[in-house]
Design a protein. Sequence first.
Length: 563
Amino acid sequence: MANSGDKKTRSFSSLVVDGMERAPSRAMLHAVGFTNEDFKKPQIGIASTWSMVTPCNIHINHLADDTDKGVDNANGKAVIFNTITISDGISMGTEGMKYSLVSREVIADSIETVVGCQGFDGVIAIGGCDKNMPGCMIAISRLDRPAIFVYGGTILPGCHKNKKLDVVSVFEAVGARANNKIDDAELAAIEEKAIPGAGSCGGMYTANTMASAIEALGMSLPNSSAQAAISEDKRLDCERAGTAVLKLLEKNIKPSDIMTKKAFENAITIIIALGGSTNAVLHIIAMANAGNVDITLDDFTRIGANVPMLADLKPSGRYQMAELIEIGGIQPLMKILLDQGLLHGDCLTVTGKTLAENLADVPPYPNGQDMIRSLDNPIKKDSHLSILYGNLATEGAVAKITGKEGLVFTGSAKVFDAEEQALQSILNGEIVKGDVIVIRYEGPKGGPGMREMLSPTAAVMGKGLGQEVALITDGRFSGGTHGFVVGHITPEAYAGGTLAIIENGDKITIDAESKELTLHISGDIIEQRLQKWQQPKPKYTRGVLAKYAKLVSSASKGAVTDN
């Protein structure tokens, strides 16, 4: 019969393995490697997102083993289990991409299911791609047991003709090939060299944005966001997480103690300073919602008014995450922002210390670096993420405008009811200067699944039209997207939003200064068109996508399924 051990740190596992009546449970666990001593230890579930589906996650089984070692060395009992991942980069531009945002919910549900069923006392989740990271965090928040998130780490850059490459280089090369700027051989060379190994996409795209945000939130150990996927630093990060989660158990520090309103404000601040992905807006709102923390679109506007964009990182800048790692990662940036009163230093973190205590001895960036600008010389004096409202977005939309594209764009609508139609039109040369590409019925319900528009936006950049056309959609954008783009338009077209009744030739203005998205037709004409509009039939009536379409909330609410 198992000895109960210290029930203070075994409040869940003791219900599963202690006492005579739990002998069958212990028998099952003996078969997977438990010893009698292990039943006295806190059980830590290690949620691994390993798969061969994508380079972002191909190495995470090894990181899970390193984390297991850290837990076991600290006198806990680690239990590794898997959840799914999908690859945005591979499925981008196809029907399969509709499963991308859906996977965030599947991942959250699956981690919650395993941890809740098995009675783990704490959780370490290891994520390496766009949707499994917020998926892990949503589950952690719902479970509210001592937990740490470990980032799988960034990829190293590829190289061709002394130019650093990443996955976005390939998408943009497709546009360049369509415009006859490069030939087939050049496209093939870029394709073969862009992704040299394991790790998440190398710029300040969604994965690196979310890793940085989660660290600023206090849910990762310091520097977890700024380590290469294949490195000794990342291996040690995993081992330290194993030790740290047991300290959280001893101190009874739960995610709800860390993931407060002020902590989410810190995460938003870092996202802005780094020039992060528009997807972070959706994910931060969803993560906060899981913990009943009130974060809305308007919080991004409020915080963004006072926080400058400082990082010269891809996609709009010059550098990759691997280069930011070389100068110290995001910790010195956080120290700068803390010293200027732009971060809440009293927020608790998974170290058991406050953010200010974690940053106290962080050295500054080396002299002469130009990757992270000073506060008096920002790339943009306020946020690059503009939350727009207007007759085209009465519930809000998200624009990513760094200022390099300009701040105001007015053009004529060219309307497409699916991403594929728009991409072909761009590649065929049918999009010209002054056009506003409108891609609709790609929202959470209408897609369903809210696909990312990296293929059309990258084709626009590859065609050399980045400053001459705009693109608006009720879908999403990849973190690798740049240019004059507006996504997350709500209400979405499928729900009867104004986006549904735009016609070719209608004038549209995107104004990042006044924060407005305007269709230049009268309210009476909008109403007349809406009265004639009919909602399309659902594209899926059975299966995951149909279920998702029935449950999912508006993008302005985080596109969550557990309202």
